[in-house]
Design a protein around this ligand. Structure first.
Ligand code: GLN
Length: 510
């Protein structure tokens, strides 16, 4: 992006730059495709891909966790390539096209197509997701107080997609077949791209999001122009990732399950490398920066724990809904994936108004307290789900109200942590490290999926005679939820106890 970007001549809608609304709808449709597909993913693997295996739950948990880890880890590479070479516009187009192809390939009923599709979505999301979020930031001048509410509006777009998509894709999958559900996700992604393209046509972005300079795309590496090399490498990466993901299928077919697989090992490596690099940066930094960096890492770590439980929604909780919740006449198990986003839409504005109100009274809790409370909310939400076992009917199914209450509490927790943390990262990271720290923040979701995989494997139910439900599965889940509740509550208490100290380290940052 060039320095000449103007802020004052942007057309305004509802007091925000017109461009925000194009990005809002583009991201709404991208998340529509992402969450529509996610709602079907676990059930599709259980019912189709791994159907013949007694260990179908285990294999599903393993693939789901690797997919989730890679889909968020790829954002670090996508962000970097956009900064250095493609620019945000090209990255968003490239990512969007790869994701739509991925969703359409999912509509083909075939194992190879399945793993290739997941890989295309992983690579595509890496280019799309970080860049559209950064693009929002460029619409506002540094320090503009409207920026926060701009991001809240954008977060609403994300969740409108996340709310509607599981309902529609879940309905299509149940009524006409899985592939119609996946196909609709693909159409959603294409719609997002068209909205973004219209924004460029209508010139609402000025000269934002262009490559860093005019020559960079033309510059040759290994005799190929960089502007061509990056998309080609991105496409070539997909079959390699597919190979990684499908190794589970081979392992599963052999009936031998290794707890350590290659994606776990890669993530342990990334974790060690990131921590070592951060230690080096902290060593180089002055005392104030060192303290702030330490807090940024700490908050990211707490966020990882939270997402690790939260992201169970697409795996273990969807399975619990399918096998143990009385959904008769309400919705399908896939559709329960819409509940989190529904509560975010209802609660986002009241909670952000509550922070403003508390600030005026000088009672607004500092960030670490909000994080501690967020983890406590997660703990209570799983406690509610654990208690549901006591109200099971004669077939081992529990009332839907428990799930509804659980998602309500979990969404409150999310709003105490996720948007607050995002804005704190930009305050805590020294200028030279902002991009890297944002990458680390996205990695928190990637690492969280390793936790999701671990829990999913612990709660995997083996069955040689088809899928199981009712009393055969109830206590496995409720005992698991009780354990998760204890860990989350314990983590929340530890964070609250450490908060006075963390607050001191944060200095003036609220
Ligand atoms: N629900 C949010 C989104 O889709 C955050 C998800 C996450 O980071 N795990 O953007």
């Amino acid at each position: 992006m060039t320095e000449s970007t103007e802020f004052s001549d942007q057309k305004q809608i509802f007091g925000h730059p017109q461009g925000l609304f194009y990005l809002f709808f583009a991201e709404l449709w991208e998340r529509f495709s992402f969450y529509g597909m996610r709602a079907l993913l676990t059930l599709y693997m259980i019912d189709v891909i791994f159907k013949a295996l007694a260990e179908r739950d285990y294999a599903t948990a393993a693939v789901y966790s690797s997919y989730g880890s890679l889909v968020y880890a790829s954002t670090v590479i996508g962000g970097k390539l956009s900064d250095k070479i493609l620019g945000m516009r090209n990255s968003i187009f490239l990512g969007g096209i790869l994701m739509s192809i991925g969703h359409f390939v999912l509509a083909i009923e075939n194992d190879i197509a399945f793993f290739l599709a997941l890989s295309l979505i992983i690579v595509g999301n890496g280019f799309f997701k970080p860049n559209i979020s950064t693009f929002v930031g460029t619409l506002y001048e540094k320090g503009d107080p409207k920026k926060d509410s701009g991001f809240t509006i954008f977060y609403m777009g994300i969740n409108i997609g996340g709310w509607v998509a599981p309902l529609l894709c879940g309905w299509l999958a149940a009524t006409y077949g899985w592939h119609y559900g996946f196909g609709l996700a693909g159409i959603g992604m294409l719609t997002g791209l068209i909205v973004f393209w219209r924004g460029i046509q209508n010139n609402v972005f000025g000269d934002r999001g262009l490559p860093p300079n005019e020559y960079v795309l033309e510059k040759k590496v290994l005799g190929v122009k960089q502007g061509i090399l990056v998309p080609v490498l991105a496409v070539l990466a997909a079959p390699l990732i597919a190979l990684l993901l499908s190794s589970y299928k081979a392992v599963a077919t052999d009936g031998m399950f290794a707890d350590q697989n290659i994606v776990n090992i890669i993530f342990t490596g990334i974790g060690i490398a990131v921590l070592a690099y951060l230690a080096y940066e902290m060593y180089k930094a002055n005392v104030k920066e060192r303290k702030e960096l330490f807090v940024a890492v700490l908050l990211t770590f707490f966020m990882t724990i939270f997402w690790g439980f939260h992201e169970l929604s697409g795996s273990v909780i969807t399975l619990f809904a399918a096998r143990n919740i009385d959904l008769e006449g309400i919705m399908s198990a896939a559709q329960t994936n819409s509940l989190n986003s529904m509560f975010i839409i209802i609660l986002a504005i009241p909670i952000s108004m509550m922070w403003t109100w508390l600030s005026k009274k000088k009672w607004n809790p500092r960030t670490p307290y909000k994080f501690g409370l967020g983890l406590l909310f997660a703990g209570i939400s799983f406690y509610v789900l654990a208690l549901s076992g006591g109200s099971a009917n004669e077939s081992g199914f529990v009332p839907f109200t428990y799930l509804l209450l659980m998602y309500f509490l979990l969404s409150v927790g999310e709003l105490f942590m996720s948007p607050v943390g995002l804005s704190k990262m930009t305050d805590l990271a020294p200028m030279r490290l902002i991009a890297f720290i944002m990458g680390v923040w996205f990695l928190s979701s990637a690492f969280a999926f390793q936790i999701v995989g671990f829990i999913g494997k612990q709660l995997a139910i083996e069955s040689t005679d088809g899928d199981v439900s009712g009393f055969a599965t109830l206590s496995v889940y409720t005992d698991g939820f009780m354990l998760i509740a204890k860990y989350a509550l314990g983590a929340g208490v530890i964070v609250l106890l450490a908060s006075p100290l963390i607050k001191k380290l944060m200095g003036k940052v609220h």
